[in-house]
Design a protein around this ligand. Structure first.
Ligand SMILES: [Zn+2]
Length: 385
């Protein structure tokens, strides 16, 4: 597949290369029941480039048709206390600042609905969530909470909303400029809500030389400056933007701007250069492979975390395969990860205490995982990335 030569954010054509990862699994967060289906995962290139006009970093080889967003797409992190405390702080902060108590919330891309339930409970609000990957829990939802298994557009809105939430969506949307304009149209149909975006923050990936945070499922990688610029170009005003979750994510609170969007397109950025990132990240990965081989010698090792970081890491270490991937999400346990087909087990798997090394894929979960490992009587080494 030919790499695109225009920026999906601003339409610019001045693109500078960052790195290329050939033939990566197209999807990370997907339930594969067995090795045969996991091996059949489509493979696509990751060709990371940066637009020199708006600053957007994106995969010019992205193929959205290879990523199935259906019920088997599974990326919940709500089984972690650290992640839940992030969600609670986020819900409390946006409720307080935007007076959402008793209001109406719309979530664009609500996943399985966990955050919308939490936010509506915290704010005493009602909510509508839209996502093609939504699955009912089988239990009745709280009064005033509704879920729809399709994409949302302005014509779906039959009443105003006080907030439009869009978490961990923009990094998956190839035509990001058009998507942010569509979000603006939804915000217009919703009245004058606060629009809340949450997405990974590319600065964290670069600072940590984190190659395992670059994978095909994410087509966009936003610095704070580039995302703010794209939001302004779509007709929003950035009310608040800050790093959260140890700097891994960024949260933006937006309002519709009263100034015409077109004028601001003239304002160009001079984006920072990321040319050295690919080389540094590869060196970091090579050092890590050597450390793992030494520390796990004879007893084997496991990755804790079957989210995108853990799955990408295993795929990037072809000569040093873990015995297991551990995850506290029961919906992932019993399956295998894409491409390498390493089995996903829960924290109580009997093999864990016998392993020589556990690698913790995300440092934000290190404290809770270390405490689980000590409870399990694990005596091997622990390496936090
Ligand atoms: Zn651009």
């Amino acid at each position: 597949m030919k790499a695109r030569s225009d920026c999906p954010g601003c339409g610019g054509s001045l693109l500078s290369p960052i790195l290329k990862l050939p033939r990566q699994p197209a999807v990370m967060n997907y339930r594969f029941p067995d090795a045969a289906s996991a091996r059949r995962v489509p493979r696509r290139d990751v060709t990371l480039v940066q637009c020199q006009e708006c600053g957007l970093v994106f995969n010019a080889s992205f193929d959205g048709s290879a990523v199935p967003y259906d019920g088997a797409y599974e990326n919940r992190q709500c089984f972690s206390p650290a992640f839940n405390s992030h969600l609670e702080a986020l819900a409390g902060g946006i409720t307080r600042r935007n007076r959402l108590e008793g209001g109406r919330i719309l979530e664009v891309g609500c996943g399985k609905g966990d955050f919308l339930r939490l936010l509506c409970r915290a704010a005493g609000a009602t909510g509508d969530g839209y996502d093609t990957t939504f699955e009912s829990t089988g239990r009745p939802e709280a009064v005033g909470l509704r879920f729809f298994r399709h994409y949302v557009g302005p014509s779906d809105l039959t009443h105003p909303y006080d907030a439009v939430i869009c978490r961990h969506v923009v990094e998956h949307v190839p035509e990001i400029g058009a998507f942010l304009k569509a979000l603006h149209a939804i915000a217009t149909a919703a009245g004058d809500p606060v629009v809340v975006l949450e997405t990974p923050r590319f600065e964290w990936i670069v600072e940590h030389s984190c190659l395992w945070d670059v994978f095909h499922e994410h087509c966009n990688y936003f610095t704070e400056a580039a995302l703010a610029q794209l939001c302004r170009m779509a007709g929003f005003r950035v009310v608040r933007q800050r790093p959260v979750f140890g700097g891994q994510y960024q949260v933006l609170e937006l309002k519709r701007s009263k100034v015409a969007a077109k004028a601001r397109v003239e304002h160009r950025l001079s984006p920072p250069k990321f040319g050295a990132f690919g080389r540094r990240a590869q060196q970091t990965l090579d050092r890590l492979a050597a450390r793992i081989s030494k520390a796990a010698a004879g007893r084997g090792w496991a990755v804790w975390g079957a989210g995108a970081k853990g799955v990408a890491l295993v795929n990037q270490l072809p000569r040093c395969r873990p015995r297991r991937v551990i995850d506290s999400n029961p919906a992932k346990q019993g399956g295998v990860i894409p491409a390498t087909s390493v089995r996903i087990v829960g924290p109580d798997d009997p093999m864990i205490p016998r392993l020589g090394l556990i690698v913790i894929a995300n440092p934000n979960y290190a404290a809770e995982i270390r405490s689980d490992l000590s409870r399990l009587g694990f005596t091997g080494r622990i390496l936090t990335l």
